[in-house]
Design a protein around this ligand. Structure first.
Ligand code: GLN
Length: 280
């Protein structure tokens, strides 16, 4: 079968879920990931014949997309800033909001050496991006999930970025970290009441361990980070969080109750209160 045939098949089967242009984009990503073909191939060589094994790969991907599996999990990687990162269902797919959080940290801090920790690193996106753009920094990254840490370590190796990874549970205060000038975290912050509004590509595929705060305690992990920061953050150091806009006011109160100063909120590209910075 030809490339054109496959492209039409994708359009036909996915048209109720996605726009035409989104389907074409998915299709081109698959051609690149599976066969290393440039996006222009579809327009230039629509009559190119695919081998049976290539057809099989596309058929499987189409079945997965019909079941709402995220493209990033199908191809096994995604882009974060200018890093290509391996992802799988043990790690969240990094979001553009999180790129903005990294951008904020870089606006505030130049290249002079400092120690920073990323709590709940997942694929390693925050720690790895910081190490890439601030090579003199000492980066520590913590996650509770062994499987996620394995992916983060693989990413660090593939990108030749020296980040120190630690397995650690934010629910206990026994996390082996040095004193830090910066702590950054995108912890699980979705509340159970939001489940009903979530898309199946997120709810059915992304790790709940990384998405959901404990029931009735939407700010639980923030509280744990504040407790840890009181021990590990140096005077004048800062915390940067990705946050759930629904609990922004409660979080502001929590900042003050733990004795942190200068809480500042930033909106994401969608105009939602999505980031918070405070200082010790
Ligand atoms: N931003 C993610 C989402 O909306 C949630 C990330 C998180 O819980 N830290 O799906």
């Amino acid at each position: 079968m030809t490339l054109l045939y496959w492209h039409q098949l994708f359009q036909e089967h996915l048209q109720t879920k996605h726009s035409k242009s989104a389907i074409t984009t998915f299709f081109k990503h698959l051609l690149a990931a599976f066969f290393h073909w440039e996006p222009t191939v579809l327009g230039l060589y629509p009559e190119r014949e695919l081998s049976p094994s290539q057809g099989k790969q596309l058929q499987k991907a189409l079945e997965d997309l019909k079941k709402d599996k995220p493209l990033q999990y199908i191809i096994g990687h995604t882009e974060f800033m200018d890093l290509t990162l391996r992802v799988n269902p043990d790690t969240l797919i990094p979001r553009p909001e999180t790129e903005e959080l990294v951008g904020w940290i870089m606006e505030d801090h130049g290249s002079s050496a400092l120690t920073a920790a990323d709590l709940g690193t997942g694929s390693g996106c925050i720690a790895l991006a910081l190490k890439r753009y601030r090579p003199h920094w000492e980066l520590h990254a913590v996650d509770i999930s062994k499987a996620a840490l394995a992916i983060a370590e693989e990413n660090a190796k593939a990108l030749s970025l020296a980040v120190h990874f630690h397995k650690g549970d934010l629910r206990s205060s026994a996390i082996a970290l040095p004193n830090c000038k910066l702590i950054v975290s995108n912890p699980p912050y979705v509340s159970f009441s939001e489940k009903i509004d979530m898309q199946s590509n997120v709810l059915d595929y992304e790790p709940h361990l990384a998405l959901f705060a404990p029931e009735q305690k939407p700010l639980y992990f923030y509280e744990q980070v504040f407790k840890l920061a009181l021990k590990k953050l140096s005077k004048g150091g800062a915390i940067y969080f990705e946050i759930n806009p629904l609990f922004c006011d409660d979080l502001m109160e929590m900042v003050v109750s733990f004795g942190f100063k200068n809480p500042t909120i930033r909106q994401d590209l969608f105009g939602k209160n999505r980031m918070l910075r405070c200082q010790l």
